[in-house]
Ligand binder design. Structure first.
Ligand SMILES: NC(=O)c1ccc[n+]([C@@H]2O[C@H](COP(=O)([O-])OP(=O)(O)OC[C@H]3O[C@@H](n4cnc5c(N)ncnc54)[C@H](OP(=O)(O)O)[C@@H]3O)[C@@H](O)[C@H]2O)c1
Length: 208
């Protein structure tokens, strides 16, 4: 997995280990993971390095990315180049199943979406996070033609705290009234769709 040293990634590793999965994680700060999860294999390095990404994905059944960008960023290539680098590594050395965590809705609110959500998107989210939505859109366009079993998972605002174990999800269409979800429930969802072929090559959404 990629992006394990913070937020959803930490929850994901915790849950994956509890479910008995073997976990390999690429991390720029390997010491965070080695100290917290002695049972996992940690590959030190950067998601933009093809060689390191190949080492990390080789032999895995599925690859999950919870990669993100730093809070005060004004630009990012983490989706269009970081995630695409992982996809390239997977094409080179084997696993076909790729699950990528991103944000709900993309740059243009879905026509089916309630008016207030479209306004929120235009007034609040696009001015602040437009750069990230544009990079996610670029990633989506680049990933679409690949013949991998990818799934892009869109989430609204993420929160910490305990799992509710109750959340809604959709495949290929937006979730209405999707305002937030806890990272622990996202982790549960990401693991639950690994073998779900109904989500292959699809955009899904998950929210409380
Ligand atoms: N926060 C929200 O409310 C929200 C809402 C919608 C969507 N999302 C999306 O959900 C995803 C997860 O968000 P989060 O807040 O749970 O986690 P996060 O705090 O954004 O964590 C990002 C992870 O990516 C790693 N990373 C970034 N660049 C890397 C690189 N070049 N090489 C290796 N690792 C790299 C970070 O490692 P380091 O520890 O080394 O920095 C960290 O482990 C992100 O894609 C985010 O955009 C978040």
């Amino acid at each position: 997995m990629f992006g394990g040293t913070r937020g959803t990634g930490l929850k994901l590793i915790e849950k994956a280990l509890a479910e008995g999965h073997e976990v390999t994680a690429l991390a720029r700060r390997p010491e965070v993971l080695s100290a917290r999860f002695p049972g996992i294999r940690v590959i030190p390095g950067d998601a933009f390095s093809l060689e390191t990404a190949e080492t990390a994905v080789k032999g895995s059944e599925a690859v999950i990315s919870t990669l993100g960008f730093a809070r005060r960023s004004r630009e990012t290539r983490i989706y269009s180049e970081g995630v695409l680098n992982i996809a390239k590594a997977m094409e080179e050395v084997g696993p076909r199943r790729l699950i990528v965590l991103a944000a709900s809705q993309g740059i243009d609110p879905h026509p089916d979406f309630p008016w207030y959500a479209s306004i929120m998107m235009k007034i609040l989210l696009q001015p602040v996070f437009g750069f990230a939505y544009r990079d996610m859109a670029k990633m989506t366009d680049l990933l679409a033609p690949s013949d991998m079993d990818w799934t892009l998972v869109g989430v609204p605002l993420l929160t910490n705290g305990s799992r509710k174990d109750r959340y809604r999800s959709s495949i290929g269409k937006p979730l209405h009234h999707a305002f937030r979800i806890g990272r622990a429930d996202v982790a549960e969802y990401l693991l639950s769709i690994i073998d779900d072929s109904g989500t292959f090559r699809k955009w899904t959404e998950v929210a409380w």
